[in-house]
Design a protein around this ligand. Structure first.
Ligand code: PAP
Length: 319
Protein backbone atom coordinates (compact mmCIF):
# COMPACT_ATOMS: atom_id res chain seq x y z
CA UNK A 1 0.00 0.00 0.00
CA UNK A 2 1.22 3.51 -0.85
CA UNK A 3 2.46 5.81 1.89
CA UNK A 4 -0.37 8.26 2.50
CA UNK A 5 1.60 10.91 4.41
CA UNK A 6 2.05 14.00 2.34
CA UNK A 7 3.32 17.48 3.09
CA UNK A 8 0.70 20.13 3.59
CA UNK A 9 0.55 22.96 1.03
CA UNK A 10 1.39 20.77 -1.89
CA UNK A 11 3.29 22.26 -4.77
CA UNK A 12 1.26 21.22 -7.79
CA UNK A 13 4.37 21.50 -9.94
CA UNK A 14 5.95 18.67 -7.94
CA UNK A 15 3.21 16.21 -8.87
CA UNK A 16 2.85 14.10 -12.03
CA UNK A 17 0.16 15.49 -14.29
CA UNK A 18 -1.75 14.39 -17.38
CA UNK A 19 -4.25 16.08 -19.67
CA UNK A 20 -7.77 14.74 -19.44
CA UNK A 21 -10.32 17.38 -20.55
CA UNK A 22 -9.09 19.56 -23.38
CA UNK A 23 -5.92 21.11 -22.04
CA UNK A 24 -6.98 20.71 -18.40
CA UNK A 25 -4.75 18.57 -16.22
CA UNK A 26 -5.31 16.04 -13.47
CA UNK A 27 -2.60 15.71 -10.81
CA UNK A 28 -1.46 12.44 -9.33
CA UNK A 29 -1.21 11.92 -5.59
CA UNK A 30 -0.64 8.50 -4.07
CA UNK A 31 -1.37 6.73 -7.34
CA UNK A 32 -4.74 8.46 -7.97
CA UNK A 33 -5.71 11.38 -10.21
CA UNK A 34 -7.20 14.54 -8.76
CA UNK A 35 -8.60 17.80 -10.04
CA UNK A 36 -6.29 20.73 -9.28
CA UNK A 37 -9.18 22.47 -7.47
CA UNK A 38 -9.58 19.48 -5.16
CA UNK A 39 -6.04 18.45 -4.42
CA UNK A 40 -5.22 20.77 -1.51
CA UNK A 41 -8.46 19.71 0.20
CA UNK A 42 -7.64 16.06 -0.44
CA UNK A 43 -4.22 16.58 1.08
CA UNK A 44 -5.66 18.30 4.17
CA UNK A 45 -8.18 15.52 4.73
CA UNK A 46 -5.42 12.92 4.49
CA UNK A 47 -3.26 14.80 6.99
CA UNK A 48 -5.74 16.40 9.35
CA UNK A 49 -9.09 14.64 9.46
CA UNK A 50 -9.66 12.63 12.62
CA UNK A 51 -12.99 10.82 12.56
CA UNK A 52 -14.99 10.48 15.74
CA UNK A 53 -16.18 6.97 16.64
CA UNK A 54 -19.75 8.18 16.09
CA UNK A 55 -19.04 9.53 12.58
CA UNK A 56 -20.55 8.07 9.45
CA UNK A 57 -18.37 8.45 6.36
CA UNK A 58 -19.97 7.89 2.98
CA UNK A 59 -17.22 7.01 0.54
CA UNK A 60 -17.74 6.63 -3.19
CA UNK A 61 -16.21 7.02 -6.60
CA UNK A 62 -17.96 9.96 -8.34
CA UNK A 63 -21.25 9.16 -10.11
CA UNK A 64 -21.84 5.82 -8.41
CA UNK A 65 -24.80 6.75 -6.19
CA UNK A 66 -23.45 9.36 -3.75
CA UNK A 67 -26.50 11.64 -3.90
CA UNK A 68 -28.87 8.74 -3.34
CA UNK A 69 -26.86 7.40 -0.42
CA UNK A 70 -26.64 10.86 1.11
CA UNK A 71 -30.43 11.05 1.07
CA UNK A 72 -30.79 7.54 2.49
CA UNK A 73 -28.17 7.92 5.22
CA UNK A 74 -29.54 11.29 6.27
CA UNK A 75 -33.05 9.85 6.49
CA UNK A 76 -31.97 6.72 8.34
CA UNK A 77 -29.98 8.62 10.96
CA UNK A 78 -32.23 11.67 11.28
CA UNK A 79 -35.56 9.94 10.90
CA UNK A 80 -37.64 12.67 12.46
CA UNK A 81 -36.14 15.37 10.23
CA UNK A 82 -35.99 13.48 6.94
CA UNK A 83 -38.51 16.01 5.59
CA UNK A 84 -35.51 18.36 5.18
CA UNK A 85 -34.84 16.53 1.93
CA UNK A 86 -37.88 18.25 0.48
CA UNK A 87 -36.23 21.65 0.81
CA UNK A 88 -32.49 20.91 0.78
CA UNK A 89 -30.30 19.14 -1.73
CA UNK A 90 -28.65 16.01 -0.26
CA UNK A 91 -25.25 17.60 -0.96
CA UNK A 92 -26.20 20.57 1.21
CA UNK A 93 -27.09 18.25 4.07
CA UNK A 94 -23.95 16.12 3.89
CA UNK A 95 -20.69 17.91 3.03
CA UNK A 96 -17.88 16.44 0.96
CA UNK A 97 -14.81 16.54 3.20
CA UNK A 98 -12.28 17.53 0.57
CA UNK A 99 -14.43 20.15 -1.17
CA UNK A 100 -16.36 21.72 1.68
CA UNK A 101 -15.03 20.92 5.12
CA UNK A 102 -11.36 21.02 4.15
CA UNK A 103 -11.79 22.78 0.83
CA UNK A 104 -10.52 26.18 1.92
CA UNK A 105 -7.30 27.30 3.55
CA UNK A 106 -9.43 28.57 6.42
CA UNK A 107 -10.69 25.05 7.05
CA UNK A 108 -7.18 23.71 7.37
CA UNK A 109 -6.76 25.47 10.71
CA UNK A 110 -9.18 23.12 12.41
CA UNK A 111 -8.14 19.53 12.77
CA UNK A 112 -11.55 18.19 13.61
CA UNK A 113 -14.27 20.43 12.26
CA UNK A 114 -17.73 20.35 13.72
CA UNK A 115 -20.43 19.41 11.29
CA UNK A 116 -22.99 22.18 11.43
CA UNK A 117 -25.70 19.96 10.07
CA UNK A 118 -26.25 16.85 12.07
CA UNK A 119 -26.96 17.43 15.71
CA UNK A 120 -26.39 13.96 17.05
CA UNK A 121 -24.07 12.26 14.62
CA UNK A 122 -21.91 13.65 11.86
CA UNK A 123 -22.42 12.29 8.37
CA UNK A 124 -19.60 13.27 6.03
CA UNK A 125 -18.72 12.17 2.54
CA UNK A 126 -15.59 11.73 0.49
CA UNK A 127 -14.42 10.59 -2.91
CA UNK A 128 -10.86 10.07 -1.63
CA UNK A 129 -9.62 6.52 -2.29
CA UNK A 130 -9.16 4.22 0.70
CA UNK A 131 -5.50 3.75 -0.22
CA UNK A 132 -4.96 7.41 0.77
CA UNK A 133 -7.12 7.23 3.88
CA UNK A 134 -5.93 3.92 5.28
CA UNK A 135 -4.24 5.60 8.24
CA UNK A 136 -7.35 7.66 8.94
CA UNK A 137 -10.04 5.02 8.50
CA UNK A 138 -8.20 1.73 8.88
CA UNK A 139 -8.32 1.67 12.67
CA UNK A 140 -11.10 4.15 13.40
CA UNK A 141 -14.36 3.06 14.99
CA UNK A 142 -16.33 5.36 12.73
CA UNK A 143 -18.67 3.68 10.28
CA UNK A 144 -17.76 3.74 6.59
CA UNK A 145 -20.40 3.12 3.94
CA UNK A 146 -19.06 2.56 0.43
CA UNK A 147 -21.28 2.53 -2.63
CA UNK A 148 -20.16 1.46 -6.06
CA UNK A 149 -21.75 1.13 -9.48
CA UNK A 150 -20.94 -0.91 -12.54
CA UNK A 151 -18.12 0.69 -14.55
CA UNK A 152 -20.06 1.19 -17.78
CA UNK A 153 -22.90 3.16 -16.16
CA UNK A 154 -20.39 5.04 -14.01
CA UNK A 155 -18.53 6.10 -17.12
CA UNK A 156 -21.71 7.17 -18.93
CA UNK A 157 -22.89 9.13 -15.90
CA UNK A 158 -19.47 10.81 -15.60
CA UNK A 159 -19.49 11.72 -19.27
CA UNK A 160 -22.91 13.39 -19.01
CA UNK A 161 -21.92 15.20 -15.82
CA UNK A 162 -18.63 16.55 -17.16
CA UNK A 163 -20.34 17.67 -20.35
CA UNK A 164 -22.32 20.16 -18.29
CA UNK A 165 -19.10 21.95 -17.29
CA UNK A 166 -18.14 25.12 -19.13
CA UNK A 167 -14.82 23.66 -20.27
CA UNK A 168 -16.44 20.61 -21.86
CA UNK A 169 -19.07 22.79 -23.51
CA UNK A 170 -16.38 24.99 -24.99
CA UNK A 171 -13.95 22.33 -26.09
CA UNK A 172 -16.08 19.19 -26.21
CA UNK A 173 -15.37 15.87 -24.49
CA UNK A 174 -16.25 13.20 -27.04
CA UNK A 175 -17.52 9.91 -25.63
CA UNK A 176 -14.65 7.97 -27.24
CA UNK A 177 -12.17 10.20 -25.42
CA UNK A 178 -14.01 9.64 -22.13
CA UNK A 179 -13.82 5.85 -22.69
CA UNK A 180 -10.06 6.03 -23.28
CA UNK A 181 -9.47 8.21 -20.23
CA UNK A 182 -11.65 5.98 -18.04
CA UNK A 183 -9.85 2.83 -19.16
CA UNK A 184 -6.50 4.46 -18.35
CA UNK A 185 -7.80 5.58 -14.96
CA UNK A 186 -7.44 9.20 -16.03
CA UNK A 187 -10.58 10.72 -14.60
CA UNK A 188 -11.06 12.52 -11.28
CA UNK A 189 -10.42 10.07 -8.38
CA UNK A 190 -9.39 7.39 -10.87
CA UNK A 191 -8.47 4.68 -11.47
CA UNK A 192 -12.06 3.61 -10.79
CA UNK A 193 -11.05 -0.05 -10.40
CA UNK A 194 -8.42 0.66 -7.74
CA UNK A 195 -10.84 2.91 -5.89
CA UNK A 196 -13.45 0.14 -5.68
CA UNK A 197 -10.95 -2.56 -4.74
CA UNK A 198 -9.44 -0.41 -1.98
CA UNK A 199 -12.75 0.06 -0.19
CA UNK A 200 -13.83 -3.50 -0.93
CA UNK A 201 -10.81 -4.74 0.97
CA UNK A 202 -11.61 -2.47 3.91
CA UNK A 203 -15.20 -3.76 3.97
CA UNK A 204 -14.06 -7.39 3.82
CA UNK A 205 -11.42 -6.85 6.51
CA UNK A 206 -13.54 -4.78 8.91
CA UNK A 207 -17.20 -5.69 8.36
CA UNK A 208 -18.23 -4.23 11.70
CA UNK A 209 -16.97 -0.81 10.64
CA UNK A 210 -17.24 -0.77 6.86
CA UNK A 211 -20.23 -1.67 4.69
CA UNK A 212 -20.12 -2.20 0.92
CA UNK A 213 -23.11 -1.91 -1.36
CA UNK A 214 -23.82 -1.50 -5.03
CA UNK A 215 -26.10 0.85 -6.92
CA UNK A 216 -27.63 -2.12 -8.73
CA UNK A 217 -28.30 -4.01 -5.50
CA UNK A 218 -29.95 -0.96 -4.03
CA UNK A 219 -32.10 -0.50 -7.13
CA UNK A 220 -33.11 -4.12 -7.07
CA UNK A 221 -34.16 -4.28 -3.43
CA UNK A 222 -33.94 -0.92 -1.69
CA UNK A 223 -35.90 -1.97 1.41
CA UNK A 224 -33.56 -4.83 2.29
CA UNK A 225 -30.51 -2.60 1.85
CA UNK A 226 -31.99 0.22 3.89
CA UNK A 227 -32.72 -2.22 6.74
CA UNK A 228 -29.15 -3.56 6.54
CA UNK A 229 -27.73 -0.05 6.54
CA UNK A 230 -29.79 0.92 9.59
CA UNK A 231 -28.59 -2.17 11.45
CA UNK A 232 -25.00 -1.52 10.43
CA UNK A 233 -25.28 2.04 11.74
CA UNK A 234 -26.75 0.84 15.01
CA UNK A 235 -30.19 2.35 14.50
CA UNK A 236 -32.44 -0.47 13.24
CA UNK A 237 -36.10 0.04 12.42
CA UNK A 238 -38.30 -1.13 15.24
CA UNK A 239 -41.94 -1.41 16.14
CA UNK A 240 -45.01 -2.74 14.46
CA UNK A 241 -44.78 -0.20 11.68
CA UNK A 242 -41.10 -0.89 10.91
CA UNK A 243 -41.90 -2.09 7.38
CA UNK A 244 -43.99 0.98 6.68
CA UNK A 245 -41.22 3.24 8.01
CA UNK A 246 -38.71 1.63 5.68
CA UNK A 247 -41.04 1.87 2.71
CA UNK A 248 -41.76 5.51 3.45
CA UNK A 249 -38.04 6.30 3.71
CA UNK A 250 -37.24 4.47 0.48
CA UNK A 251 -40.01 6.34 -1.32
CA UNK A 252 -38.79 9.70 -0.02
CA UNK A 253 -35.29 9.02 -1.38
CA UNK A 254 -36.34 7.60 -4.74
CA UNK A 255 -35.09 9.24 -7.91
CA UNK A 256 -38.63 10.16 -8.90
CA UNK A 257 -39.43 11.92 -5.62
CA UNK A 258 -36.06 13.61 -5.01
CA UNK A 259 -35.61 14.85 -8.56
CA UNK A 260 -39.01 16.55 -8.44
CA UNK A 261 -38.35 18.69 -5.39
CA UNK A 262 -37.97 22.28 -6.48
CA UNK A 263 -34.66 22.60 -4.65
CA UNK A 264 -33.22 19.84 -6.84
CA UNK A 265 -34.59 21.24 -10.09
CA UNK A 266 -33.36 24.83 -9.96
CA UNK A 267 -30.22 26.61 -8.81
CA UNK A 268 -26.94 24.95 -8.17
CA UNK A 269 -23.62 24.86 -6.38
CA UNK A 270 -20.92 27.38 -7.19
CA UNK A 271 -18.28 24.75 -6.41
CA UNK A 272 -14.52 25.00 -6.82
CA UNK A 273 -14.74 22.78 -9.92
CA UNK A 274 -17.50 24.47 -11.87
CA UNK A 275 -20.98 25.82 -11.33
CA UNK A 276 -22.87 22.59 -10.80
CA UNK A 277 -26.60 22.79 -11.44
CA UNK A 278 -28.61 20.96 -8.76
CA UNK A 279 -30.46 18.96 -11.39
CA UNK A 280 -27.21 17.55 -12.77
CA UNK A 281 -27.13 15.16 -9.79
CA UNK A 282 -30.42 13.70 -11.05
CA UNK A 283 -30.16 12.69 -14.69
CA UNK A 284 -31.83 9.35 -15.36
CA UNK A 285 -31.11 7.11 -12.38
CA UNK A 286 -31.35 3.72 -14.08
CA UNK A 287 -29.25 0.58 -14.39
CA UNK A 288 -27.89 -0.25 -17.85
CA UNK A 289 -28.01 3.19 -19.47
CA UNK A 290 -24.65 2.35 -21.05
CA UNK A 291 -26.57 0.36 -23.67
CA UNK A 292 -27.80 3.68 -25.11
CA UNK A 293 -24.24 4.93 -25.56
CA UNK A 294 -21.77 2.11 -26.09
CA UNK A 295 -21.03 0.06 -29.18
CA UNK A 296 -20.50 -3.69 -28.77
CA UNK A 297 -16.79 -3.05 -29.21
CA UNK A 298 -16.62 -0.57 -26.33
CA UNK A 299 -18.66 -2.89 -24.12
CA UNK A 300 -16.23 -5.69 -24.89
CA UNK A 301 -13.22 -3.51 -24.13
CA UNK A 302 -14.55 -2.38 -20.74
CA UNK A 303 -15.81 -5.84 -19.82
CA UNK A 304 -12.35 -7.28 -20.53
CA UNK A 305 -10.81 -4.66 -18.25
CA UNK A 306 -13.41 -5.36 -15.56
CA UNK A 307 -12.62 -9.07 -15.68
CA UNK A 308 -8.92 -8.31 -15.35
CA UNK A 309 -9.31 -5.78 -12.53
CA UNK A 310 -12.23 -7.29 -10.60
CA UNK A 311 -12.98 -10.89 -11.54
CA UNK A 312 -9.42 -12.12 -11.46
CA UNK A 313 -9.24 -10.90 -7.86
CA UNK A 314 -12.42 -12.74 -6.88
CA UNK A 315 -14.83 -9.81 -7.22
CA UNK A 316 -17.40 -10.97 -9.74
CA UNK A 317 -19.11 -7.70 -10.57
CA UNK A 318 -19.65 -5.12 -13.26
CA UNK A 319 -19.91 -7.12 -16.49
P1 PAP B 1 -21.69 12.67 -7.42
O1 PAP B 1 -20.55 11.72 -7.23
O2 PAP B 1 -21.36 13.83 -8.31
O3 PAP B 1 -22.31 13.10 -6.12
P2 PAP B 1 -23.61 10.59 -7.77
O4 PAP B 1 -24.75 11.00 -6.94
O5 PAP B 1 -22.67 9.59 -7.21
O6 PAP B 1 -22.80 11.87 -8.23
O7 PAP B 1 -24.12 10.00 -9.14
C1 PAP B 1 -25.15 10.58 -9.88
C2 PAP B 1 -25.93 9.45 -10.48
O8 PAP B 1 -26.85 8.94 -9.49
C3 PAP B 1 -26.78 9.92 -11.64
O9 PAP B 1 -26.85 8.78 -12.48
P3 PAP B 1 -27.17 8.87 -14.07
O10 PAP B 1 -26.26 9.90 -14.63
O11 PAP B 1 -26.89 7.51 -14.60
O12 PAP B 1 -28.60 9.22 -14.16
C4 PAP B 1 -28.10 10.23 -10.96
O13 PAP B 1 -29.19 10.26 -11.85
C5 PAP B 1 -28.18 9.06 -9.99
N1 PAP B 1 -29.09 9.33 -8.88
C6 PAP B 1 -29.21 10.46 -8.15
N2 PAP B 1 -30.16 10.31 -7.20
C7 PAP B 1 -30.65 9.07 -7.35
C8 PAP B 1 -31.68 8.33 -6.67
N3 PAP B 1 -32.37 8.86 -5.66
N4 PAP B 1 -31.92 7.07 -7.07
C9 PAP B 1 -31.22 6.51 -8.09
N5 PAP B 1 -30.26 7.16 -8.78
C10 PAP B 1 -29.97 8.42 -8.41
Amino acid sequence: MEDSSFDLDLELSSLPKEKWLGDDYLFQLGGFWHLPQAIQGVNRVINQFQPLPSDIILASFPKTGTTWLKALLYSIVNRSSKHRLTTENPHSLIPVLEYKTYGTTHASSTANPPCHINDSRRILSTHIPYQLLAKTLGSSECRVVYVTRNPKDTLVSTWHFVNKWKKAKEEGWPFEVAVEKFCHGLIPCGPYYDHVMGYRKLCLDRPKYAHFLTYEGLKNDPKTHVKKLAEFLGCPFQGEDAEAQVQDLVNGCSFEVLSNHEVNMAGGFPSRIAFIPSNSFFRKGVVGDYKEHMSAEVVQKIDALTKEKFHSFGFIYGV
